[in-house]
Design a protein around this ligand. Structure first.
Ligand code: MN
Length: 134
């Protein structure tokens, strides 16, 4: 399933890496409603594994997670040529400049401050998919 083009459709494969099960359920529901296929990981290590297996179009990455946190998982994905191109949206716990800087330093491409409303997450995914079509 090569994912090099979305020209025919907005539907994409989204990897949601988030250890909070309520957030998982809410974000999964809204992204599925928008026609996307959602892969779910509850920790950073599973997220890295699913990213390598499925090469999703966009990754939504929580920061505070067990086993590997979002910074560590992002560093691994951005250091791997197979996954480095995949846009990563960091879900930063606070709208603090320091958190955004750390996410940026780890290689995250975009940021959303938590709590992020589901429609905001879906809109950001759509915006990023549109950017990568160009
Ligand atoms: Mn978390």
């Amino acid at each position: 399933m090569p994912s090099s083009s979305h020209a025919a459709t907005e539907a994409a494969t989204i990897l949601l890496v988030e250890d909070n099960e309520d957030n998982q359920a809410i974000y999964c529901a809204v992204l599925t409603h928008h026609g996307h296929t959602v892969l779910q990981a509850l920790d950073g290590e599973s997220g890295v594994r699913l990213a390598r297996e499925h090469l999703p179009d966009v990754i939504i990455m929580d920061i505070s997670m067990p086993i590997l946190n979002g910074y560590e998982a992002t560093r691994l994905l951005k250091a791997d040529a197979a996954t480095a191109h995949i846009p990563i949206i960091a879900l930063t716990a606070h709208a603090m400049a320091e958190d955004r800087q750390k996410a940026h330093d780890a290689g995250c491409d975009f940021y959303l401050a938590k709590p992020a409303e589901p429609r905001v997450v879906a809109a950001e995914v759509a915006r990023i998919l549109a950017l990568s079509e160009r």
